[in-house]
Ligand binder design. Structure first.
Ligand SMILES: Nc1ncnc2c1ncn2[C@@H]1O[C@H](COP(=O)(O)OP(=O)(O)O)[C@@H](O)[C@H]1O
Ligand SMILES: [Mg+2]
Length: 273
């Protein structure tokens, strides 16, 4: 991804040696109704490298979900191309896992059955499915809830299961649309730590949509800041605060500096208006 940031701090260098995993090329998305046309996204081009943890942040309505749905193959650009793993995205695929903001577990399945869902579709041998389910139940720390149904779980627990379900398929790319948006601050922080931990271990390429600046700075190694009407890329900001991140980094001068900078990018215009 080309660094477009004018953020001046050489403690945030870009490392660009990894292979390009996701390419968006000149993406426009125009919604047409019988009477009018609405340009939701205009001329968005992004390269995302293998193992990147990219957060996309921007005001409500700037097209974050639309972009993510297009990456998932659930929606399509009006113009431009989306390439994942050197292939044009034309439909959903097992190489891309998705976690939504609303809890999307199957209510009639237990936690374990939810996690195994994609594996069953692939007709994986039961012993192998058990091993994968065990691994991810442990990783989301819900082993003792394997037989519970979603209605018996809290919001945070449901999202942990949704993440495990997506990861169980071993997607190379994990697409997450404000997955912690509905959680209380404490649960959210714990989920952020857990996700960083999983990312460090499994190294998927993650595209994570949020409107929470702290969340973006804590999680990402690159932040795509978007503007709205129409949705465009405003700036791409590299974040290099080391790999082992504890919640304490939120109080460091580096963190506060990046947060301030993004806040300025997102809201400076509002103050002038
Ligand atoms: N199916 C649709 N038909 C018409 N307009 C849509 C549709 N989906 C999204 N939009 C519009 O496109 C813009 C971007 O939406 P969205 O991607 O949901 O934004 P975000 O996730 O950043 O809040 C919004 O103005 C929204 O109203
Ligand atoms: Mg959205």
């Amino acid at each position: 991804m080309e660094a477009t940031s004018d953020y001046e701090n050489d403690t945030f260098p870009l490392r660009e040696s990894r292979a390009v995993k996701i390419m968006l090329r000149n993406i426009d998305k125009v919604y047409k109704t019988r009477k009018s046309e609405f340009t939701a996204i205009e001329n968005v081009s992004i390269d995302i490298q293998e193992n990147d943890f990219v957060c996309m942040i921007g005001p409500s309505g700037c097209g974050k979900s639309t972009l993510l749905h297009m990456l998932a193959g659930l929606d399509f650009p009006t113009r431009g191309e989306i390439i994942v793993n050197d292939k044009k995205v034309t439909c959903p695929g097992a190489d891309r896992g998705m976690v939504f903001q609303t809890y999307t577990l199957f209510p009639w399945m237990t936690v374990e059955e939810n996690i195994k869902f994609g594996l069953k579709q692939k007709k994986m041998a039961p012993v192998q499915m058990d091993a994968i389910a065990d691994k991810y139940l442990k990783s989301i720390r819900l082993t003792q809830f394997r037989g519970s149904y979603p209605k018996e779980l809290s919001g945070g627990m449901k999202q942990r299961v949704a993440i495990a379900r997506a990861l169980a398929n071993q997607p190379e790319v994990l697409l997450m649309d404000e997955p912690f948006g509905a959680l209380d601050q404490h649960t959210k922080s714990n989920m952020q730590l857990l996700l960083r931990e999983i990312w460090q271990r499994e190294r998927p390429t993650i595209v994570f949509v949020t409107h929470d600046i702290d969340e973006a700075v804590f999680l990402a190694n690159k932040i795509i800041v978007m503007s709205t009407h129409p949705g465009r890329i405003k700036e791409i900001i590299p974040v290099d605060m080391g790999q082992d991140r504890s919640l304490d980094i939120k109080d460091t001068p580096e963190f506060i500096k990046v947060r301030k900078y993004i806040n300025h990018l997102l809201y400076a215009g509002d103050q002038e208006a």
